[in-house]
Design a protein around this ligand. Sequence first.
Ligand code: COA
Length: 260
Amino acid sequence: MNYQNLLIEIKDKIAIVTINRPDKLNALNSQTMSELKSAFTELNNNNEVYVVILTGSGEKAFVAGADISELSKLDMISGKEFSEKGQDIFNTIENLSKPVIAAVNGFALGGGCEVALACHIRLASENAKFGQPEVNLGIIPGYGGTQRLTRLINSGRAMEYILTGDMIDANEAYRIGLVNHVYPLSELMNKAMEMAKKIISKGQNAVRLTIKAVNIVDEVSFKEGQNYEASLFALCCGTEDFKEGTKAFLEKRKPAFKNR
Ligand code: COA
């Protein structure tokens, strides 16, 4: 499928999705949001893709937020629809059956921070800047930011960043656990690819069930989460990959997973 505002490259089981509106710092207009929904749905169904990397075009921005020219036209009714639609699209990313790595290569503000939060792992370049500056526009984050940021970095910090709209530089983002690693911009994509390749070398049933087990944590009690973990663990034990992984260890060789 051809996209107006996304570039998609699939190679060696890795899909690189680049949000491509550099003249608007990759701001998420409705066209781009619809394309993200279609692209991630398609990639989820594409058996040739094991890991997705999401990044932004150019060297300045990952995504500078929802498109403010569109935002400015919302009223109460369309605002609710806008928020719910965006939440649904980012839920699609969070619930993708395969890992999604955000390679945050610059500004990740508003919806840009929120889409990074919906990814499973965040890597940032040294020039990356995160933030939820919606308060400057008289609104609150509407694509899941109040929920995901609070869960990831704790409520006191999330409250501060959302109430002040302050930007968080890459080192601070690393310190507070908002990103997993920080790299020079020139190395960011290579590091994301390296991580993707490492994940691809593992048994993919275990990889995909890990996402399910971790993602359920905010929805159920600890006991229910443990029950769910036990069921998924049992599923893994029924796979050929499990037999191969354990056999390979005991034979002191690398496993040859067939993802069955
Ligand atoms: N929506 C629409 N357009 C945006 C945008 C957004 N969220 N963010 C940037 N742009 C556009 C600018 O309007 C400008 O377009 P123009 O050249 O046609 O005038 C272009 O992208 C470049 O942005 P500019 O502001 O000139 O770059 P800068 O380096 O001076 O500042 C930012 C960069 C990110 C600090 C600044 O663009 C900004 O604050 N953006 C809005 C961030 C925001 O509030 N996001 C949350 C929205 S809910």
